[in-house]
Structure formats: C-alpha cells, structure tokens
Design a protein around this ligand. Structure first.
Ligand code: ZN
Length: 163
C-alpha cells in the first residue's frame, strides 16, 4: 500500500532549488536524496506544506515566498567584524552559518556575508532571506519514523543524521 506524506513520516526526496532570477542555488541530484521528518520543521515551512499528501514517485514544483522560506531580510544589513575575532583555524566562507554570543550572553545564529581582507561582513539574515524559492521536487521514499526519530525530531540513517 502506498503511503502519503503526513506528520510522523520520514521522507527522502530530490530537489533542485533556484532563486527568483532562475539561478540554481542547490541541488541534491549529484548526492543522495535529502531525508527529513515531516511535521518537525526540518525544512522550510513552504516546502514542507507543499510536500504534504504527496506519494513516492511524485514530481512537482513548489514556489515558496520569503515568509514561508528563509524569512524577509531584517536588521541593518551586514556588519563588519575583524577577522581576528574568529578562531584562526576556522575556515571562513561566504554563506557559512556560525553561532555568536550577544553582550547579554544570548546565542544567535549569524551568517558570513562576505570577506574583505581582514574584515568579515556578518549578517543576521540567512543568505536566502528575502528570496522567493523555486523547488523542483521528486519524492523518492516515504516510511514511518521510529520512536527515536520522533523523539529527536529528525531522521536517522541515509540522508539523515548520523549519530
Ligand atoms: Zn537523532
């Protein structure tokens, strides 16, 4: 009996992601399909809801507005931080996420926007914030999540977390 995608299913799918200008941002096609636990917020909300009720073998396109993707751009824009504020052995690359601590001791997620000599531009926005995302999706496999996966909130095994 074929299963359809609903909360508590582990889904493996292939995707190609293009931005509003038609540039390919990312694709799973040269890798194993991505696995996620449906209903656990592992993937952007707009893509998760577009996958609901699909079955293995389905191919479809989903257009996800920023609010259902990586959010609208917020804040003052990229801020300059001296390179020596980062650990020496940390390889810095544009688009790379990292955790930082605010003066209040709160952990926040930031992204490296660009590197300019000894200055690193960092931003609070995900690199794809403000972008309308176009996903080309193929559902590969659907199975029931294990109790452990439900507890962890993510899938284990191929395409999921290895631990
Ligand atoms: Zn786990």
């Amino acid at each position: 009996m074929s299963q359809s995608i609903e909360d508590g299913k582990v889904v493996q799918f292939h995707y190609t992601l293009t931005n509003g200008e038609g540039q390919v941002i990312d694709s799973s096609r040269e890798r194993d399909p991505l696995a996620y636990l449906h209903g656990a917020g592992n993937i952007v909300p707009g893509l998760e809801s577009a996958l609901t009720d699909h079955e293995a073998g389905d191919s479809f396109e989903a257009t996800v507005p920023p609010a259902q993707g990586y959010g609208e751009k917020q804040g003052p824009g990229p801020q300059s931080v001296p390179r020596d504020q980062f650990p020496d052995d940390m390889p810095l690359q544009p688009g790379m996420p990292f955790m930082a601590q605010t003066p209040d001791g709160e952990q926040v997620q930031l992204w490296i926007h660009a590197i300019q000599g000894e200055q690193v531009l960092v931003d609070q926005n995900h690199p794809l914030a403000g972008e309308t995302l176009h996903f080309d999706v193929e559902v590969v496999e659907i199975r029931d999540a294990t109790d452990e996966e439900k507890e962890h909130g993510h899938p284990h095994g191929p395409g999921g977390q290895e631990h």
